[in-house]
Design a protein around this ligand. Structure first.
Ligand code: CUA
Length: 353
């Protein structure tokens, strides 16, 4: 409706200009509205499509607020229209000699009592949700530490000695404890389909819990502006049945597999002999840098560049050669390699399952 109104205003006849017929402007508005609304579908995770108990609680609170807000809007608009179109039509205009006390009832009821009742209802539902979100129904089974960095997510399982990046694996149907902090600026951790947002502040530890009720891959995003690549700071929450999750943990606990193939060995030498090792760790090798993501099981991850690109050989090659072209401002410098060196390095990285 808003868009058709804007189009209507734009189409207001200028002196000397021909007006666009109303039907045409309505059609243009409908097309534009459809285009805008098309952005609401597709990949974007919606907090109104909850897949976990906490997100369901938040979605319910949203619908209650929306319902109450709509009811108030309709009543106030109805009264306004009544005054404009019915009361103002002559006969019923209040006498200027009328006693001022005549309107007091409206002020007491419409201005104080009714708003008070509505606010108390809001308060009740808010407190109920706050209480429900404070702690999970059953104790958490897994603790995960997430560190926000410009612009990616370091993910640690302290009890397991596992460090990974941009992917959080959790067992489905169980609450897990998430401890959050930041290594640089303020970020905000948000998985819309599982829970609300929570800030990640440098030097401070915040805590929340996550629970997914269905197996699946849920998109997470940074919800606090944190620099030029804020919009490209994404992660995935992978919720899987308990036995799959245990198998994942077991695989992640292992150090990187030894390089057996000759080409892979060459790739490993290139990796260990280059600047890569100053920033990245590959457990089981001499690479122990901690400025960039741990690459021990890089090949098993779904994306590179914090959700930017699908993790495949071509994208990985582009990322290694010219990361600043793909994600300007990130900390990774370009790497200058001959074609065959790059291929060997890719061969090696692909073994890091
Ligand atoms: Cu991190 Cu926005």
């Amino acid at each position: 409706m808003g868009i058709t109104t804007i189009i209507g205003i734009l189409n207001t006849k200028k002196p000397g200009a021909a007006a666009v017929p109303a039907r045409k402007s309505f059609l243009m508005g409908a097309v534009l509205a459809a285009l805008f609304l098309a952005g609401c579908a597709g990949e974007a995770p919606s907090a109104l499509d909850p897949r976990g108990v906490a997100a369901a609680e938040i979605a319910t609170l949203w619908w209650i607020s929306f319902g109450l807000g709509t009811a108030v809007f309709l009543v106030v608009t109805g009264l306004l229209l009544y005054i404009v179109f019915v009361r103002a039509r002559g006969a019923d205009i209040p006498d200027k000699d009328a006693h001022p006390a005549d309107g007091r009832l409206w002020i007491w009821v419409g201005g104080i009592i009714v708003p008070l009742i509505i606010l108390v209802i809001f308060l009740f539902f808010n407190l109920r949700s706050l209480n429900a979100l404070a702690s999970p129904a059953t104790p958490t089974t897994v603790t995960i530490e997430v560190v926000g960095r410009q612009w990616w997510w370091e993910v640690r399982y302290p009890d397991e000695g596992i460090t990974t990046a941009n992917e959080i694996h959790i067992p489905v149907g169980q609450p897990v404890q998430i401890r959050l902090t930041s290594a640089d600026v303020i970020h905000s951790f948000w998985v819309p389909q599982l829970h609300g947002k929570i800030d990640m502040n440098p030097g401070q530890l915040n805590s929340m819990w996550l629970q997914a009720d269905e197996p699946g891959v849920y998109r997470g995003i940074c919800a606090e502006f944190c620099g030029v690549q804020h919009a490209r700071m994404q992660f995935l929450v992978v919720a899987r049945p308990a036995e799959d999750f245990e198998a994942w943990l077991e695989r992640e606990r292992q150090p990187a597999p030894a390089a057996v193939d000759e080409n892979v060995r060459r790739g490993q030498q290139i990796f260990l002999g280059s600047a890569c090792v100053y920033c990245h760790t590959v457990r089981g090798t001499n690479a122990t840098g901690n400025l960039g993501p741990d690459l021990t099981h890089l090949a098993s991850r779904r994306t590179i560049g914090a959700g930017m690109l699908e993790n495949n050989r071509g994208n990985l090659a582009g990322w290694i050669v010219d990361p600043q072209h793909i994600k300007p401002g990130n900390l990774m410098p370009p790497t200058n390699l001959h074609g065959s060196e790059l291929q060997a390095l890719l061969d090696y990285l692909e073994t890091l399952q």
